[in-house]
Design a protein around this ligand. Structure first.
Ligand code: FAD
Length: 248
């Protein structure tokens, strides 16, 4: 079976982000990029599935040349081969899903793993859009996954509990923390990744469906207020928590 895993190349969550002068992008100088953390669960589940049912795992990433670093990370974890879908234009989630679904169709892959969201733009929609474009079943925010022949059982994290869903292949699964414990890339894996193939496809985008108008920094937080330093401050503190902060 051909299993696809889709990964995005995102700014390191520890990086201090600065908005660029066009107000529509971020300053890339000095920003280190990493494999989107939710996509590590997707890679791990794809590898576990291959270990169980056989086949090959192919990683796809849409973006500029620097996305290859993230593809290499996936290869070092054990993915068999990579496809870099090259696109230097500023594209929206719809275009990302279109690029991915075109390649998934081309590969004839029946099972696709993605993260539940990309931690840069946080839309959480590429999985659903891709499934819709491919006419595949979709289960999002999965914390358990099992494949038996053509049949899939997943558990989805929902408010206050879990939902159990049955579906059939072909399918897209988006992964949530807790699904598995992603493996580390071993030294052997890192060396082996250097010899694995990354093929390149060029994506010609269609017009964006969404127009990014402006990026803004969050409002600065109000400075804290010290009400008092001993027990006599408690009544005033309770009053303010009730009437001003409205926490109870
Ligand atoms: C007008 C506009 C311009 C933009 N310009 C840029 C830009 O110049 N550079 C830039 O980096 N981003 C740009 N973006 C954002 C870019 O489209 C997003 O990074 C991308 O859509 C993923 O973010 P998301 O929140 O939509 O993904 P989500 O829906 O949150 O992602 C869910 C999952 O989909 C998969 N996925 C998401 N993105 C990719 C990808 N690129 N390749 C493979 N799998 C993926 C991953 O598995 C991920 O976990 C732009 C967005 C807009 C609206």
């Amino acid at each position: 079976m051909k299993i696809v895993v889709c990964v995005s190349h995102v700014p390191d969550t520890a990086t201090k982000i600065k908005i660029a002068s066009d107000l529509k992008s971020i300053e890339q100088n000095g920003v280190s990029f990493i494999l989107n953390p939710y996509d590590e669960f997707a890679i791990e589940e794809a590898l576990k599935t291959k270990e169980k049912v056989g086949g090959e795992v192919i990683v796809l990433s849409v973006g500029s040349d620097s996305n290859k670093e993230t593809i290499r990370k996936a290869l070092a974890m054990g993915v068999d081969e990579g496809v870099h879908i090259k696109c230097d234009a500023q594209i929206d989630s719809f275009n990302v899903a279109k690029a991915l679904s075109d390649e998934i169709k081309n590969l004839g892959a029946e099972l696709v793993f993605m993260g539940k969201q990309s931690v840069d733009y946080d839309n959480g929609i590429v999985g659903s859009l891709t499934a819709a474009m491919l006419d595949y079943s979709i289960a999002t925010v999965c914390v358990a996954f099992e494949l038996n022949d053509n049949s899939i059982t997943v558990e989805r994290e929902i408010e206050g509990g879990r939902e159990v869903v049955h579906m059939t292949l072909p399918a897209v699964i988006t992964t949530q923390k807790g699904l598995n414990e992603p493996r580390y890339a071993s030294l052997k894996g890192i060396m082996a990744a250097k010899k694995k193939t990354i093929s390149e496809k060029v994506y010609s985008p269609i017009p964006n469906q969404v127009d990014l108008v402006e990026m803004k920094n969050p409002q600065p937080k109000n400075p804290g207020r010290i009400i008092g330093t001993d027990a006599s401050a408690v009544p005033e503190l309770v009053k303010l928590l009730k009437e001003e902060a409205k926490v109870f």
